[in-house]
Design a protein around this ligand. Sequence first.
Ligand SMILES: NC(=O)c1ccc[n+]([C@@H]2O[C@H](COP(=O)([O-])OP(=O)(O)OC[C@H]3O[C@@H](n4cnc5c(N)ncnc54)[C@H](OP(=O)(O)O)[C@@H]3O)[C@@H](O)[C@H]2O)c1
Length: 317
Amino acid sequence: MTNGNLKIPTVALGTWAWGDSGEVGTGYFGSSLTQVGLEEIADRAHTAGFSLWDTAVVYGAGRSENVLGEILKRLARSDYQLSTKFTPQAAGIGAYPVAEMLEQSLARLGTDYIDLYWIHNPADVPRWTPHLIPLLKSGKVKHVGVSNHNLSEIELANRILGEAGFRVEAVQNHYSLLYRSAERAGILNYCRKQDIPFFAYMVLEQGALSGGYGPENPLPAGSNRAETYNGMLPQLKALTDKLALIGQMQGAAAPDVATAWAIAKGATPIVGVTKPHHVDGLVRAGRITLSPDEIAELEGLADAAEVDTRGWWEQRM
Ligand SMILES: NC(=O)c1ccc[n+]([C@@H]2O[C@H](COP(=O)([O-])OP(=O)(O)OC[C@H]3O[C@@H](n4cnc5c(N)ncnc54)[C@H](OP(=O)(O)O)[C@@H]3O)[C@@H](O)[C@H]2O)c1
C-alpha cells in the first residue's frame, strides 16, 4: 500500500544550514545566507528539476522548516516534494507525540501533507515506528522512511510497517567517500535488493570535500562544522585535489565529483545547498561518468586520509 509514487530525483536538496541565523560564523554551518540567495536557489532548483527538499524539526529548532516553507511559497505545491522528520529526542509528552510533531512541521512548512516523513533515528524502533501508520492512513504523510537505522533496525521497521500493509520506502544515512559504513554494513545492498531508495546525506562532509576549504582557508570560525573538520583538512588535500582533477576533465568541479561518486554507488545524495551556484554543480554531477578505476582511486585516497567523520548523533553501523 503506498500513496502514489514518490518521485526520486538524481539529487535531493538539504536545508540543515537554512536553520542557521544567516549571519556569518553563527550556528552549525556559519555560512552567510540571504533571502534573495535562498529564493534564487529555489528557482534554479525548480528549473533544473530538483524537486525534493529535505529538512527536520530540529534544524535550527524549527527555523529550517520555517524558512523553507516561506521560500517555497513562490512555487506551486505540486512542483516540489517535502521530506521532514520526527526526532524522538524532541518528542512531547502528549498521547500522540509523532502526530503532534508532524502538525508542527505542517504549520511551519505551510502545507497539509508531507511527501516523505522519516523517523530521524532509531531511539526506540518498536515504540516509534507504529506511530507512522495512522499518519499514512490519514494521507497527511504520503511515504515513510527511516534514518540512521542499522540493518537490523531497518528490517524491524519494515516488519512493523509490513504488518499494516505499508513498508519502509526510503532509507537515509550518512554516506560519503570518507564515511562508507552504510555500504560496509550491507545497507546499500539490502536497499538495492528490496528496491528501497537509499538517500546519502553529507556526501560533501559539510563542505570539507568541496575543495573550497583547506588549511589556509578553513571552515568558518565559530561554527560547529569548523570544530569537526578543520583539524582534518590537511589529510583531505590529496583527495580533494583528485576530485578537482577528475572534475576538470569533465568540465566540473571537486564537489560535483564527490556527489557523482555517491550517484555512481546507487545512492540519491541529499546535498546541503547554501548558494545558487551549488545547484549548477548538482546539474553537472548528474552528468559525470566515473570509471571503476576512478572510483577505486578516490576510495583509496579517502581511506588513506584515515579520518573518522561519524557525526556525534550517529551510532556505529
Ligand atoms: N538524517 C540525518 O540525521 C541527517 C544528518 C545530516 C544531514 N542531513 C541532511 O542532509 C543534508 C546534507 O548534509 P549537510 O548539509 O549537513 O552537508 P553536505 O551536503 O555534506 O555539505 C553542505 C555544505 O557544503 C557546501 N556545498 C554544498 N554544495 C556545494 C557545491 N556545489 N559546491 C561547493 N560547496 C558546496 C556548503 O558549504 P558553504 O555554505 O560553506 O558553501 C554547504 O553548507 C542536510 O542539509 C540535511 O537535509 C540529514
